[in-house]
Design a protein around this ligand. Structure first.
Ligand code: NAD
Length: 483
């Protein structure tokens, strides 16, 4: 770990960050502090949108919906493409801002997130939802169309604020809805910035961004003029969203937490997959819904695997994301850092074997947590059962495939999982039995515009991306025309 992380600054922080409401860039009466997690220094003050400003944003989105929803699909697609161009022109600033407020390394994760997000906006704009004729008889024609919902409320988390925000914006606008987006109070700057960029290309009110506290999120879930909530965040908050959305019978998509397992079978070419599995677990310092959080390795190869994994992990540099030498940035906020302190204390108290890391040095400024590997803790331990959302991974031995499938599926979460085997067909058989929304065999973390993504069980409801993801921003409308 770098001894004392540098306090990074950049010109983009001189930018005045404003709410986007009805095409205007506005201040709020109050502001809140935004921190650089590499130093915990205040880097900006974000506008704390009021309840009245949220109402104004919803009203602006509702007004804009009238014209926006009636534009031809191709016209909206052109707007969304132009938005991708406008984002591209400010890409470097977005990347820098992302590192400064979120912590992830600028040259790898932050660049990757922003580039992927812009690619998403551009590619989503090429998709369509054509009207389907399902009957055409002598008597009548039956057509099924997908019509926009109205105003969509987007609520996003702090781990991938740009990608997860724009994953919602692009399909929402393309399908004819308008949006009010509320970013996490921990990472508001990138969303305020991409909102401002949107105002230069989109009609007023089509995309509104209101930063502020959790109470704004609650207000959105109860708002009578918001038709749908597209939420990404924790399972605990997801439950609240669902409960308070019920009053107005909102459409709700929930992308929630996970405790993803990777299962390495005895016939896997395990040496070659150590780096892939390392990054699958520790990328973004483990602050990733689909990070590998439980790594099950067959007992015949477990000891050698742990040794090689630790060796690879030891070479990674934890530090300030603005430093090009850094592979892994800090934990994004002190709340999450506190949760990790507690989890590390539990690992220590129980005397689990820790071949790498294990102690958080609280004297270092910034929320730095060392890469930590826990060797074969019991299945019932907190580090196996909970979603740590940090750079700590249990590598667990198993003997029997049936038994490991049971352990994997015993989790209340069901986001994603992976199986690693020298025998593809055998890997697929195991993967098919995983109770998760996504399973990978001998690959991991592949996403795509046309690949639906969503969680089972406590990991969520509905999907994002793909045809199904587009449909979630619409109501199905059936037309029957007599001949
Ligand atoms: P969080 O639930 O604390 O916050 C998410 C958002 O909800 C924030 O914008 C917050 O302000 C808002 N919010 C808080 N209380 C609210 C309420 N009562 N009503 C409405 N909105 C409210 O989650 P987080 O800590 O920001 O994110 C981490 C979690 O997100 C992890 O559990 C992670 O697994 C999950 N996550 C899931 C996915 C996925 O696609 N499944 C992706 C990324 C993160």
């Amino acid at each position: 770990m770098n001894a004392i992380p540098k306090t990074a600054t950049h010109d983009i922080l001189d930018h005045p960050f404003k709410l986007s409401i009805g095409g205007q860039l506005l201040d709020a009466d109050a502001t809140f502090e935004v921190y650089n997690p590499a130093s915990n220094a205040v880097i900006a003050h974000a506008p704390e949108g009021s309840a009245a400003q949220l109402d104004a944003a919803v009203a602006a989105a509702a007004r804009a919906f009238k014209d926006w929803s009636r534009l031809p699909w191709e016209t909206r697609a052109d707007y969304v493409t132009r938005y991708a161009d406008a984002l591209e022109a400010r890409k470097d600033d977005l990347i820098t801002l992302l590192t400064l407020e979120q912590g992830k390394p600028r040259h790898t994760m932050a660049t990757g997130e922003v580039e992927a997000a812009i690619y998403w906006v551009r590619e989503v704009a090429k998709r369509t939802l054509p009207v389907e004729t399902i009957e055409d008889t002598a008597e009548h024609v039956v057509e099924v169309a997908h019509v926009p919902l109205g105003v969509v409320g987007a609520i996003t988390p702090w781990n991938f604020p740009v990608l997860l925000g724009l994953w919602k914006v692009a399909p929402c606008l393309l399908t004819g809805n308008t949006m009010v987006l509320k970013p996490s109070p921990y990472t508001p700057l990138t969303s305020l910035f991409f909102g401002e960029i949107a105002q230069s290309v989109l009609p007023p009110g089509v995309l509104n961004i209101v930063s502020g506290g959790n109470d704004l999120g609650q207000q959105m879930t109860e708002h009578a003029d918001i038709a749908k909530i597209s939420f990404t965040g924790s399972t605990a908050t997801g439950k609240r969203v669902m409960a308070s959305g019920s009053g107005t019978l909102k459409r709700i998509t929930l992308e929630l937490g996970g405790n993803d397992a990777a299962v390495v079978l005895d016939d896997a070419d395990w040496k070659s997959i150590v780096p892939t599995l390392f990054w699958a677990a520790f990328g973004n310092s483990g602050q990733w819904c689909i990070a590998v959080k439980r790594l099950y390795v067959h007992s015949s190869i477990h000891a050698q695997f742990v040794e090689a994994f630790v060796e690879y992990a030891r070479q990674q540099v934890v530090g300030d994301g603005m430093d090009p030498a850094t592979n892994l940035g800090p934990i994004q906020n002190t709340m999450q850092y506190g949760k990790l302190l507690d989890l590390f204390a539990d690992v220590k108290k129980n005397g689990y074997k820790v071949p790498l890391g294990g102690t958080i040095d609280e004297s270092i400024p910034g929320n730095f947590v060392p890469v930590t590997i826990v060797d074969n803790p019991p299945e019932s331990s907190r580090i196996v059962q909970e979603e740590p959302f940090g750079p700590i991974l249990p590598i667990i031995a198993f003997d029997d495939v049936e038994e490991v499938i049971e352990r994997v599926n015993a989790s209340p979460f069901g986001l994603a999982g992976s199986v690693w085997s020298g025998d593809r067909a055998r890997g697929i058989e195991v993967a098919k039995r995983m109770e998760t929304g996504t399973v990978w065999v001998n690959e991991i973390h592949i996403h795509g515009i046309d690949i639906p993504f969503g969680g089972h069980k406590l990991s969520g409801m509905g999907v994002e991306n793909g045809h199904e993801g587009l449909c979630e921003f619409t109501n199905t409308k059936t037309y029957m025309f007599s001949k």
